[in-house]
Design a protein around this ligand. Structure first.
Ligand SMILES: Cc1cn([C@H]2C[C@H](O)[C@@H](COP(=O)(O)OP(=O)(O)O[C@H]3O[C@@H](C)C(=O)[C@@H](O)[C@H]3O)O2)c(=O)[nH]c1=O
Length: 181
């Protein structure tokens, strides 16, 4: 596997080594030792999540305050535009975002560290989205920043107005959000 820094250097694009043959393909979607060697990150994943969404669904921008989660995200069916936003006030990339195309075809994964908000837009008919997290879901600490916050100005590849949950429609502005030191 290869781990490449994105324009936000702590957000990493992971490219697994894929073995294709006449039967199909095989790859290690996660290997603790290989991940640590390629990324220098000692992550302890405690939860695996799986969601499925239709085209134009946008989930995000989500994060947990006080119990932040690092996320290793990937797509096993379809394609998404996946976004991470740096919410750490002390960071030189505070308030900056990065977006990557993750698909079942390219098999790329994104490492979204603690202290970042995360969201994605579905670009295919549907997308199955899998991710590992370094801490447990804690609804009391769950926070949401609006996906279309003007200050963040994320350049989502939208074809029409996205389908957003009621919870996400009630997301707060970046400038009003509870953030990290
Ligand atoms: C995230 C999560 C949700 N749930 C429940 C709560 C709710 O009833 C239902 C759907 O939850 P949500 O609407 O929050 O699901 P969703 O919008 O898919 O939330 C996810 O979005 C992406 C962008 C992330 O980054 C994730 O960390 C997570 O916040 O599932 C859990 O039981 N455990 C979990 O870990």
């Amino acid at each position: 596997m290869k781990a490449k820094p994105t324009k936000l250097p702590e957000v990493l694009l992971i490219e697994p080594r894929v073995f294709g043959d006449k039967r199909g393909f095989f790859f290690e979607s996660y290997n603790k030792i290989a991940f640590a060697a390629a990324t220098d990150i000692q992550a302890e994943f405690v939860q695996d999540n799986h969601s499925c969404s239709a085209r134009h669904v946008l989930r995000g921008l989500h994060y947990q305050i006080r119990q932040p989660q690092g996320k290793l995200v990937r797509v096993v069916a379809g394609e998404v535009f996946d976004v991470a936003v740096d919410l750490r006030r002390s960071s030189s990339s505070f308030g900056h975002w990065v977006g990557c195309h993750l698909s079942a075809e390219n098999k790329h994964q994104l490492w979204v560290p603690e202290g970042f908000a995360h969201g994605f837009l579905v670009l295919s008919e549907y997308a199955e989205f899998l991710y590992k997290t370094t801490d447990y879901y804690a609804p009391e600490y769950e926070r949401c920043i609006r996906w279309d916050d003007p200050e963040l100005a994320i350049d989502w590849p939208l074809e029409k107005a996205p389908l957003v949950s009621t919870k996400d429609q009630a997301g707060v502005a970046f400038k009003e959000a509870e953030l990290f030191p």
